[in-house]
Design a protein around this ligand. Sequence first.
Ligand code: MN
Length: 339
Amino acid sequence: MPLEEYRRKRDARRTPEPVPEADPVPGRDDRFVIQEHHARRLHWDVRLERDGVLASWAVPKGLPTDPETVRLAVRTEDHPIEYLEFSGEIPAGEYGGGAMTIWDAGTYETEKWNAREVIVRLRGERAVGRFVFIRTDRGRGRDTGGKDNWLLRRSDPVPDRAPLPHDTLPMLPTPGPLPEGDDWWLQVGFGGRRVIVRVEGGRARVTDADGEQPAVPRLRELGPSLGATAVLLDGELVGPPDRADLWIGDLLHLDGHDACALPFRERRALLEGLPLDGPHWKLAPVFPGGGPEVVAAAEQQGLPHVVAKRADSAYVPGRRSADWVEVASRDRRTAPRRP
Ligand code: MN
């Protein structure tokens, strides 16, 4: 019976999802939808119209963006065709409880479709390209709740797309006096642990200047809040590891584009366009052309320093640069030592 499993898992009185009574009617098999599903764990549901229903895979990290990346795709129950247009809030406690939005939709062409391999060309707004699903022999494992594991990769090359780097180190400032001039932008410093945060497929990973990867529980929702956006951020972790917050100071990569060569003023503008104002992560305040009054304000708030960044300077990972000057706040420089 088509859709039997789908209907069994849902109570039409409790979920806003479509639960049609009628049996599916086969159509042209050429429509697809990808939903971003903020369930207990963020994933993307890829659904392809097939024999009157939507063949579905849950992809924890979303569609791969380049041919080098292989992603897990867990086959889930067929969904009704009405689900092509579904978005909404599935109540907590119900199957798949959480917010679901349409990430992309469009048409597709089938190149191959059998029990072990599915090859399609997607033509959406965001999902464009040739994608290959391959069923693995390790399917029906306990870790996937008895569902089939498939691997998903993108097989056609993506022009002009830089991979999101691994193992990047933060750029370092040179200590010094406050430089003068409008081409210096002052960024408030918090004296925390310098880190690089890599976000991809809704997952964030923090690496410090020594290559350590601390667990930062307060940043758990940072990855999901960025959805499918891939970024590399420079920041400072402030506070003890289990209660650390993140102040974000710079941007190294955004969605397939290396940002390091851009001037700081452009990197900052890109940062300000991202949804990075969370409960435990925020952009560090920056004062373009700011002067001694910014250092004095930092001092008043007990902050250790201000970093003056040359507005037209590039980001040079892992290097100490004269384009960034760390200016100690007066408080720190002249505070009397207690005996
Ligand atoms: Mn789902």
